[in-house]
Design a protein around this ligand. Sequence first.
Ligand SMILES: Nc1ncnc2c1ncn2[C@@H]1O[C@H](COP(=O)(O)OP(=O)(O)OP(=O)(O)O)[C@@H](O)[C@H]1O
Length: 670
Amino acid sequence: MLDANSESTTPEAPQRRATAESMATKQRDISVSEFFAKNRHLLGFDNPRKALLTTVKEAVDNSLDACEEAGITPEIWVTMASTGNNRYQVTVQDNGPGIVKKQIPLIFGKLLYGSKFHRLRMSRGQQGIGISAAGMYGMLTTGKPVRIVSKLSPKKPAHYFEIQIDTKRNHPEIINGKGEGEDIETDATTLDKRGICWQTMYPAEGEKPATEVKSGTSVTIELEGKYIRGRGSVDEYLEQTAIANPHVTIHYFDPDGGSISYSRSTTELPPEPKEIKPHPYGVELGRLVTMLKDTPAGTISQFLTDSFSRVSSSVAKEICDTAKISTRANCKRIGRQEVDALYQAIQATKISAPATDCITPIGEPLILKGLHHVVPGEFYAAATRPPAVYRGNPFQIEVGLAFGGVSAAQKVSLEALTELLSESDARTLRQFLMSTFDGVGSDASERILSEAQFGSRQSPSKLTKDEIATLHAAMRNVNLSEGQTMQVLRYANRVPLQFQHAACAITQSVIATNWRSYGVSQSRGQLPQGPLTIMVHMASVWVPFTSESKEAIAGYPEIQKELRLGLQAVGRKLGIYLNRRNKVKQEGERRSIFLRYLNEVATAINTIDEKHDKTKLYESLLQVAKKKTAEADAKFDDRGRRIEKQEEEDFGEHVLIVNQNEEEGGVTAS
Ligand SMILES: Nc1ncnc2c1ncn2[C@@H]1O[C@H](COP(=O)(O)OP(=O)(O)OP(=O)(O)O)[C@@H](O)[C@H]1O
């Protein structure tokens, strides 16, 4: 309210701070590289640890794509070396086809340049940003250029480039060879001088002598990073890559001087995925307008049959008739309203689903092999769903499950634990346990801490040598299989996804599945508990990621449905196995109780009435006990509830049961 005594004042118009003209002077193009340099988190470079992983990942994914496209069984070398002060030099080499000279600067020094964006074909890369963004991050954090060696054949010399990205222009700058790069020999002296490497292949014993890699690409990037093992690390990414790519051999040399090789378990390459044209149902109105503008086709009918999959000339005619447009109408003269009518007509016409030979799933046998190769366990099951379609894009869901096995927390050595603790940036021990070891949830970490008699707020970096030994002993003594949560391995086109679990349709579907009905405990809205590892793979010509860093899959209803069905398929198999296992266990326990007293009962009856022969009595009581235990066991599950008789139920195909009592290799598969 206005004060009656106060003088009424007319408020002065606020002074204009900017005019349309002054604002116009500041408006200009934004280069895509400048945009991503500012928004590096969108590409997975939000912190030094993730930056290191993203760099390795982009280079390895490209190498695998290139080898497969060229029909070469991939062999990859990943080398990481510390160059001091949170700086690392990452080199990834492949035995792929190499890259032609002219293309190298654009691939490594220009964002949004690639061969995969414009085609509908299953591949790991799709955007054309990955490796140039890694190079740009390296340049921004260390000032060092990306170094590339490419060799097309053993007869030709390798070509070497040092490239920087001009972020203002999103354009490559070649530093060496007077802006042309240079041909180099791949001998040790030449390579050492430039701080790069070219690998040697070591064939199996008895075969030809070691030879240098005949063709391929080697990329070296120096960047600011942080090397920490455990969840979300380079080590984990490479291990998970080996699971989903059993045809790949990876040699990994870590910055601490350790090395590991994941050898391929099959030499068979996945079948070559076919490229498809877009399906009419998946094309939005705006895209239809652009396609019509760009098409070389003369008539609408020709445009429809040439540009889309599953559109024959009779389907094209049907679409045109519905849209009330002549099949011979000129594409360039189609007006806005006609495009609208065309779009509506496409939706109203019955067009068969897209061909699905453009996606190549891993397949159930190889999923079992891959999981068993890397995840220890006693029971494995796999399910590959038939292909389905979302927004006109074909996709396929595959699920693998491993049950049993020891948690990573119980396998870790005292030295490795000491190192992990010193590297960790977790603030509390509880946080350290949960973020370092897969499957260790809050329940399990609490139990480890109480066994070791540590407070939950204890800092991991301040532990003495004796305290670390106590923690190590506690990790071994606590039964982790009870408090263990399911480990979920997510894959998109064979690439492991390591971040944004909660935002991903895969994790959401795993949580939404009712695992209790398969005999696994699960709290509402949580991952199930137990020594379980599940791998879920989505193969598609276009994976709908929630962001450019390609970390989580968007939850289209069609994708969610397929995920649910795939998870249920392996869940059912697990349910049958657990049921059987429990029956056997309970039967054994009940029988042993009966057996303990049978002899005494027989002796007592014989004492009361000598007519009854003790041995015969014992034999018949034993028969009854055996029958009774079998019956009783068949009626209850591990939680004492009545269950259906499932003795005859079959697992179906693609199940692997590892007999824990047999020696190594005691594997039965069906
Ligand atoms: N090691 C390699 N061997 C052969 N060709 C390669 C190699 N690395 C990259 N390329 C080529 O360079 C292109 C650009 O790679 P980049 O990583 O920038 O994008 P992408 O893999 O197409 O997509 P994304 O951004 O989704 O990773 C690829 O499309 C591929 O044609």
